[in-house]
Design a protein around this ligand. Sequence first.
Ligand code: TUI
Length: 309
Amino acid sequence: MENNEICKLLGIKYPVFQGGMAWIADAELAAAVSNAGGLGIIAAMNSNGEQLREQITKAKELTGKPFGVNLMLMSPFIDEAVDVVCKEGVKVVTTGAGNPAKYMEKLLGAGVKVICVVASVALAVMVERMGASAVVAEGCESGGHVGDTTTMALVPQVVDAVNIPVIAAGGIADARGMAAAFMLGAKGIQMGTRFLTAKECNVHANYKEKVLKAKDRDTIVTGKSLGHPVRALKNRMTREFTEKENTPGTTPDELEKMGAGALRRAAIEGDVKYGSCMCGQIAGLVNSEDTCKEIVEGICSGAYALLGI
Ligand code: TUI
């Protein structure tokens, strides 16, 4: 893997990214993944500028290896977050849930490598033109904010459309998934759900337990009518939300109110009945709590054996 484009681009040992999960991907999780040889990524979504700076400082203390920050473009703190990553000398950011055009010049000017999470070929082509170093092609098997094309269909189409390396995400949690992604032309993978149950992941124990118990059909996408569909584990919240969403006359405002703060309720407070447990469809394969080192090394060694590299 010394010749892997993503490893060379970022100075990492294994081409494995940990998804920048809002309210979950903190400095401790990111540093553990980076120390394991992958790319740990801090979520900026839930932090104002000062809180993000603290997380970046903590990650620098916990690892000497490269780590990244995920800029969730719908975040109310997005402008502050861009300023902080530029000032703190963060080497790489991923962007998601929107078009990063407005921020590209500033990030690139500060020497930050920008890797955009895309759910379509059109956005992949656009961000390549804007100077992105790579793209993460994320299929709708993923947890959280999703597009509508599957990983199997999206990855090869993005690979054929751009000249920058492609990292596959969505529905990948083991060596078979990584090997399959490479067969589709990806040069790396990003996983969220698999890292949710990592020993170093600080998500609430109730959330972890729900992911560990989940089976193949236990997630659902809600919020399509609002224009930001979200995949999460089925619970009372998703049931009531779906009922409301399907009731004629429900206003977007009512739905937004129901969704507000739901991820925090689940991830921090442990309310897995009335919070949003964002999670990917691959949860049924995630049955054990492992260290980030076990996850990254186990998946890579298995995938390389399958691929004969
Ligand atoms: O961003 C994600 N996943 C996320 S963000 C998130 S935080 C959240 N909290 C509460 C409610 C909703 C979200 C949880 N999960 N993944 C990256 C991703 N980006 N997936 C899909 C997209 C995407 C979709 C449409 C990117 C761009 C896009 O349109 C761009 C355009 O052209 O406007």
